[in-house]
Write a protein that binds this ligand. Structure first.
Ligand SMILES: [Mg+2]
Length: 333
């Protein structure tokens, strides 16, 4: 990340508490926040229904390299990757707490931009930032814990059954296309770069797919389609067949890679929803395409067994395998 300059004091120069004393009063207050930030815990209105709780982090040097994301986008993306997990279970995000790790020399003004990115993204999803923590760290990280109202139905990765159709929202591969170009110090196509910086919002789609009882299993695609489909198959004790020619890709992707969908199958960071739909629910799903707020495409079907196989253009099946992103193996995310 850019280092501090004389014009803009570092967070070490401003100080944690001075920084927080300016930040905290600026956080939006919602009616459900009984005691907001500044105490040991936030007090939120007693909820009589089930809640969803998730946490995720974005780490400098792990999820991106210097210059890949503007500070505001670091904040925004940190929140949206959490929302993606909530969307995958059909929840309504309500409250979050933020843990920031910051190198001493990190410019305070940029840290304020990170915070603004988090708060703006949270507000746009009806979520209040009710607290957090700031610590010194070797590299910038943003960790967010997000609480959501759970839907009445519980949809997990475990409900897929042989015969179910496999659907995916939006398009796949653009974020991976951007990462590949950026890693090679090339300028990615602008559409791909935008997609890397800004995960799609699939809350409405997730809520509808769960509440309308359409899906038997769901997951968000964060580590690559084949890997995340593999998680569904493992947990549901089924296999899957995916048709490579049906993988939805953007015009940007097609211009860059033509019909080669390898990156769309295993690239990662798509944050689309992958779901399985019993055949009896397919007509209902096809009728409700407009309600979802995004395209949804059938890419294959659930089968007996335990392997994920991909049918290529030549009609041959090959083993999909888990070829997506692994935090402790992959060199760069
Ligand atoms: Mg997930």
């Amino acid at each position: 990340m850019p280092s501090g300059t004389r014009a803009t004091p570092s967070i070490a120069q401003v100080g944690e508490f001075a920084f927080l004393s300016r930040l905290l009063p600026s956080l939006p207050h919602t009616p459900g926040t009984l005691i907001g930030p500044g105490q040991d815990c936030a007090v939120i209105r007693g909820l009589t229904r089930e809640l969803l709780l998730t946490v995720d982090a974005l780490v400098d040097g792990v999820h991106y390299r210097p210059g890949w994301l503007a500070p505001r986008h670091i904040g925004r993306k940190s929140f949206l990757v959490n929302v993606s997990d909530i969307a995958a279970m059909g929840g309504r995000p309500r409250f979050c707490v933020v843990s920031l790790g910051v190198p001493r020399a990190y410019p305070a003004r940029q840290l304020a931009a990170v915070e603004r990115g988090i708060v703006a993204a949270a507000s746009s999803c009806g979520t209040a930032v009710v607290g957090g923590n700031l610590t010194r760290a070797q590299a910038l990280f943003v960790s967010i814990a997000l609480l959501a109202d759970a839907p009445r139905r519980r949809v997990t990765r475990q409900g897929a059954r042989p015969g179910d159709r496999i659907y995916v929202t939006g398009t796949l591969g653009d974020a991976a296309l951007a990462v590949r170009a950026l890693s090679a110090r090339r300028q990615p196509p602008s559409g791909a770069r935008r997609r890397f910086a800004e995960p799609p919002l699939r809350l409405r789609a997730g809520q509808y797919l769960v509440e309308a009882g359409i899906v038997s299993a769901m997951i968000d695609v964060s580590d690559g389609l084949l890997q995340d489909l593999g998680h569904v198959c493992t947990q549901s004790r089924v296999g899957a067949r995916v048709d490579a020619s049906r993988i939805p890709v953007s015009a940007t992707y097609r211009r860059a890679l033509d019909a080669d969908v390898a990156l769309a199958l295993s690239g990662g960071e798509d944050y689309e929803l992958l779901c399985t739909v019993p055949e009896r629910n397919v007509p209902k799903l096809e009728r409700s395409a407009a309600t979802l707020g995004c395209p949804i495409t059938c890419i294959g079907e659930v089968v007996r067994g335990h392997s994920v196989r991909v049918r290529n253009a030549d009609g041959r099946l090959r083993r999909g395998g888990a070829t997506g992103y692994d935090h402790f193996r992959s060199p760069q995310g």
